[in-house]
Design a protein around this ligand. Structure first.
Ligand code: F6P
Length: 423
């Protein structure tokens, strides 16, 4: 299992009135697709407008009857699309075009450009009629935008409502003539998909179907120190060391102390005993996932890094040169691990209640990078110490991280013997 390096190029065009969550969704999608290994970027017309014209256009600028402003907005759209297609002609695999795209005429233009460039087009529409949800989006994302810097709040609200009303007058929801599309209505409670085919579109559909707007935290921690950690050995299915068992109790105390934040907590482990034994003192029955098992180190399983360097110097060097793509003989690469974690991510996005993942170093590096939207190339080198709980709390624009080291300190040998970072 590896990543497809080449393949068809895709444009995903968001569709929806202002304050329906398009930018949030585009950002999550970009993070997910990049994490899966597809070079993906978002192209946002609002940002382009602010770059070109400076922030602060009032609602009048969005009046469809104002010909001059409409021509300016269309020019900005074309500019932004030019950038997206330039990215797709080069290294880009997926471009996400983040704009309202609410008229048929605009969508026809996008369709024509995609067919000329031989790019697959998928529309993603967000429909929302619940005024509470819209108000929440305005509050979270719009009032703080540079467009309203220095504007009193009441004025900003009424201007933004007027902007929405202008768009509403000309808005046409997607229909079959728009070709491939996914529509998420009422915060994704009703989902329609039309002519969605192919692997990438299927991943997008599955991700968006499960994506929840939620502020609940995800906690991740490695298992307590194992006997293999003490010996600097990789892989295997060793039991916890004495220190590892003490950590398991510290973890249970820590979780109890935060019980108010962790109502309805679910605990997930791998199928390896060091994670299951770490979860036991919490007194909750953990969900065991094979997909959370540590990277399979194949023929090197049970060896120390020093043994690998001595007995298989070519393998050791190859891993140092490209730790992300290096696959252990008869084992896995980090890229392989990411692919199998896909279902864990989709499930984590679906959950509305807190989840604590008790996992392993490589696997948690990959999960952590997903939530923090870090470049895939950094994954194999991220700090993921033993006996440390990392709390990841989603916000409207990203994810807040907090690390808490719990006693005891792991033995000095544990993790100290990892391969040095490549020069
Ligand atoms: O040493 C603990 C461990 O979880 C091993 O089982 C695994 O092979 C390794 O860490 C992953 O870290 P790295 O990719 O840095 O070798």
């Amino acid at each position: 299992m590896g990543l497809p390096r080449r393949g068809r190029k895709h444009l995903i065009a968001m569709v929806g009135l202002p304050a329906r969550g398009k930018t949030f969704t585009a950002r999550k999608l970009r993070g997910y697709l990049s994490w899966l290994g597809y070079p993906t970027r978002t192209f946002n017309v609002g940002e382009r407008r602010r770059d070109r014209l400076g922030p602060g256009q009032s609602a009048a600028f969005f009046d469809p009857d104002d010909r001059e402003a409409t021509a300016q907005r269309e020019a900005l759209t074309d500019d932004t699309l030019d950038q997206a297609f330039a990215w797709l002609r080069g290294e880009g695999r997926i471009a996400i075009f983040d704009a309202t795209n609410g008229t048929r005429a605009r969508r026809r233009r996008i369709q024509e450009r995609c067919s000329r460039a031989d790019v697959d087009l998928l529309f993603v529409e967000l429909l929302e009629n619940d005024s509470d949800v819209i108000d929440e989006n305005v509050r979270d994302a719009k009032l703080s935008s540079p467009d309203y810097r220095g504007v009193p709040e009441a004025e900003a609200w009424s201007d933004f409502r007027a902007r929405i009303a202008h768009y509403e007058r000309v808005y046409a929801p997607l229909s079959e003539e728009d070709g491939s599309f996914i529509r998420l209505a009422s915060r994704g409670r009703t989902i329609t998909s039309h002519e969605v085919r192919g692997w990438i579109s299927a991943r997008i559909a599955s991700f968006l179907t499960n994506l929840q707007v939620t502020k609940r935290p995800v906690w991740i921690t490695r298992h307590g120190e194992s006997l293999y950690n003490c010996q600097g050995r990789i892989g295997g299915d060793a039991p916890l060391s004495d220190r590892g068992r003490v950590f398991a109790r510290s973890l249970a105390d820590h979780v109890n102390a935060h019980a108010h934040e962790l109502v309805d907590l679910d605990v997930w482990t791998s199928t390896l005993r060091r994670t299951i034994d770490t979860a036991i003192p919490m007194g909750l029955v953990p969900g065991q996932w094979r997909a959370l098992d540590e990277i399979d180190s194949g023929v090197c399983d049970g060896m120390t890094y020093a043994e690998i360097a001595r007995r298989m110097p070519e393998e050791f060097e190859a891993r140092q040169n490209d730790k992300l793509r290096y696959r252990y003989p008869k084992g896995e690469s980090y890229e392989d691990v990411i692919q199998r974690l896909d279902r864990v991510i989709v499930e984590l996005e679906r959950y509305r209640t807190p989840v604590l993942v008790v996992g392993h170093r490589a696997v948690l590096r990959a999960l952590y990078a997903y939530f923090l939207q870090l470049p895939t190339a950094e994954i194999p080198h991220l700090e993921m110490p033993l006996h440390t709980v990392i709390q990841l709390a989603p916000t409207a624009y990203g994810c807040l991280e907090e690390r808490v080291a719990l006693p005891p300190l792991p033995s000095p040998a544990a993790d100290g013997s990892g391969p040095p970072a490549p020069a």
